[in-house]
Design a binder for this molecule. Sequence first.
Ligand SMILES: [Fe+2]
Length: 618
Amino acid sequence: MATVLGVNGVFHDPAAAVVADGVIRAAAEEERFTRRKHGKTPVPFSTWELPEQAIAWCLAEAGVDVDAIDAVAYSYSPDLAREVGHDVTTDDWESLRSLFVQRAPRFLRTVLPGLDPAVVRFVPHHRAHAASSYLAAPYGDCATMVVDGRGERGSFLAGRVRDGDLDVLSTVDLPHSLGLMYETATEHLGFRRSSDEYKVMALAAYGEPAHLDTLRELVRVDGGAFTTAPIDWSRFAPPGRGEDGWTRADADLAASVQRRLEEALLELAGWLHDVTGEHALTMAGGVALNCVANTRIAEESPFDAVWVQPAAGDAGTALGAALHVAHELGDTVTPMTTAALGRAWDDDAVAAALEVADVPYTRPADLAAAVADVLAADGLVAWVQGRSEWGPRALGHRSLLANPARAENLVRLNDVKGREQFRPVAPMVLAERAAEIFEGPLPSPYMLFTHRVKPEWRDRIPAVVHVDGTARIQTVDARDQPLLAAMLRALEARTGVPVCVNTSLNTGGRPMVDSPRDASSASAPARSTRWRSVAVWFAADRSSRRPPSGTRHDHGTVVRGRGADDRTPAGPSAAPRVDRALLGAGPGGGGGRRRPPRRAAATRRESLRRRCGGDRGA
Ligand SMILES: [Fe+2]
């Protein structure tokens, strides 16, 4: 019966997790506290930096004092890393990274005064990734695959799991790396590498894999291993401009690298199935956040079931390292059943934050119905409910919601969030209705797969249909998320559609919000867009504590704010300055003079298609 603190701090996405008696008690990324996306830059000089605030909060949430920590699991092993030489400046300072890792117990002691450095255990990076999937998944025995940019020296691991123990069957060492290949393409297209890969995945839907044959020569798979040759991306397209605009050539490059990645993963998964014969596959590593590739593996590989760690990137290694050590120490690990592992606020704290922001609030008797009213009237809802999500996806705890039936809501949300218009927004749907509307891996509670929208539904939910006819859905099970499910049912009663737009509650380039204060700040940019019809509501649990993962939960709610049904004129005398900015009423209500959108969503998307020279059936 051990208490283990997991820590990721080497590259980026610094994070912490606490596993006590085999149960996940808390997990959080440092970016949610510091508001700096990805926490830090993954250069050797930042290796010493630790997720101090995430560590402190996770321990406090779990009620663990420093002297009660049985082990600190650090998700990188100096034994596997480059040796520390006499000159740490060589090889792009990689030796310095190793030096800082060796000193991690000392750095941890500065963050946790009184910590015995002897309790620190180094867990190889890709074993931590792997454990974050196979020990958190609901399968027990399974196959597992880690596809990453890099760890100490490797980029890939595949193995078989028996009774919680991993038998490594294959690894691939640098410089060969599917993750780094994708990163270099991302950088060439003008996006931020090791951060914006999901934008390349979205852009791929606008292109054709024109360079696939060439990439097949450069990226070769042989059994359970692969090689990746250095690729001069300029031979396919000039360096891109990223957020400032993209071309057909850029989209074709994105489609080519995306398609080759999918092919390579399918070949590797096929090999892994051949050698293990397992029915289930678990996956982690940054590449496992590629939900288009995940879907092809789920649908086309021989595995019957595929489970992906919601925090598949490096943040997840904090949890994986902790689970790995908990298992080593003899605890039976309880699989995770929710990604709601972060912070929550009680009513008083939410009220205090809203009062500081000068935002009035109401408490409707039926929150689900009240929110559905706002959405049906085409208001936007900032939905802040319970504990924040573990991983990069908004799963109905820090989400921005809208009506999917209004096509212009895609452009509207991208404007409000200040991000590129080629980016799709995703739907959440009642789990029991998902198969009626979408085709693909079900259930999909963590938004790690994409689904084809059935033709008869595309015109009914146009805001969430990507240009290739797909959507990255979240299925909502009433047993897990009763409030969300009630809201979706109420929305269907008003609109005939059991689907809601669910995009992360943040603004472009910023982490997802965590606190009510963050939510207020993230809502503020809406004031400066042309979309004046923004109603922002806050929904919060009454309770600041929820049961640990592994148990079902139910909770009361309170809604604060004003929406489309509250049509109080929003003149200066009727609404305080901040209120008016944050809670501008929906269409037909107050909230200032409405200006028509410059261009409807349908027109915008048609323009995008023309720019790419074709219609891909959205
Ligand atoms: Fe990693």
